[in-house]
Design a protein around this ligand. Sequence first.
Ligand code: ADP
Length: 533
Amino acid sequence: MKNYSLYHPAKSLAAKLIIAIGVIMTVGSFIFWYALSYKQEKDLMAIALKYGSSFIDYIKDSTSHSMLTFQRDAIQYTLENISIAEGVEKVKIFDHKGRVFFSSRKEDVGGLVNKKSISCEGCHIEPETSSVLIQNPQKWTVYKGRDFRVLKIVEPIPNNPSCYTAKCHVHPPEQKILGFVEADLSLALLDKAKFRQGLALTGYVFIFIVAISVSLGIILYNFVSKPVSQLKQGMEKIAAGDFDYSVPVMTEDEIGVLATAFNLMTKDIKAARRQQERWTQSLEEEVKKKTEEIQKTHAGLLQTEKLSSLGRMAAGVAHEINNPLTGIVTFAHLMLKRLPPESEDAEDLKVIIEQAERCAKIIRGLLTFSRATPSEKGSVAINELLSRTIYMVKNQEKFHNIKFDITIDSRQSFTTLGDASQIQQIFLNMLINAADAMNERGTVTIATRRITADDKPFVEIEFADTGCGIPEEHLDKLFEPFFTTKPVGKGTGLGLSVSHGIVKNYGGSMLVKSTIGKGASFFIRLPLEEEKV
Ligand code: ADP
């Protein structure tokens, strides 16, 4: 089985997506958080400035009467009272030169304001040396107090007509600004509120990130990780040879399509495997069949070898017997001549001569058939050779119960070019097969006739029997070497193939017709050399 350890949940697609989206969301949330905090600070400062400005207006209004009536103590008293309110750090009124005339802290009265502070630098470029004004004066600043930040706001006290028309006539009408009110206001409340809001915002952002990450994780697990791990499991099963396993198809998206494709692929592999198994099985069967055929062929070859040795032996024996038989016949004839023709001994001698001649004829037939090397091709008179062959077999026991129905026109010899012994071998084979098919009991019909095929003259020799017939499925195998239905030792399966080979060699052909249970007919066609009438 393959090793799939390369896959690790931490390296999975879902994990990568969660990490990537988590990082993007954290950075995005931080930017959002920062922008919101910045805006909040700005808004709060705007509110603080508005209230600071209102506070200074309130001081101006509260002290204007005292100023017009030139009641210095009342002004000082008002400032001290106002600074009691929560969030008011200190309040000062100072002139152009920075001299403090009134202050909520008595000890500051008569002193100078810090030239480096916004009170001077807010309007003057170099407050120590020159009185040149800044174009857009800065009226406020925020500095760090003891515990909280403090807003310092400075506003000018304009020289209103009520001022320069007042009885005191302290200021001429040309003077635009009489002095400045400076208020230091604590931003403690705002900072506390801002801190609480910042804390809440951070909490919400954190909860938001966690909630999104968890939801994303669940979604990715269900839609990506789980189906992918099921696919992986499927692949492991297939690798282990379990082709019945199919991956559940939960969705119609890309993963669903992938799962469907995977299941189809599994089915195809299963079918291909079955096909392969079938092929293997049929191959095994084919190998078995061929092995049997080879074994049969081997047995057939052995049998042929045996038969050919037997044939050679029979030829030798026949040759040996032929000479004494000739002697017997010759001497019997001599004796017959010496005896009176009507005597009983002469009759007996005639029987001896007749039987001995019959033996000699059989022996001659055997010798012709078993001739080892084929003789030179010559003219063979088919009708004559066929009659001789029939005569030869008729004397054998195998054919004693067989009736021969012979239709041979003795006026025609049907001459063909070939080896007589080979052609006789074919005839003998036909007759032996017919006898076997009829269990040595029945009728063999033998006929010769002239036919024309492809405009050429042929002699057709027919051997028809009343035997078992040949099954349809055997017909196309009949002429194959070693095809036999006969028991081992009886049939070699060579007869028809050798006969067919000889006939083809002579330019002829062999045909077979058969009806199961009724018999078989073999037709041998050989080219006619010439017609002798
Ligand atoms: P063998 O006779 O040794 O079997 P053959 O080649 O002569 O070999 O014959 C092959 C087979 O053809 C026989 O085994 C038999 O099954 C079939 N066959 C041949 N002649 C006939 C016939 N006249 N009737 C029925 N079957 C026949």
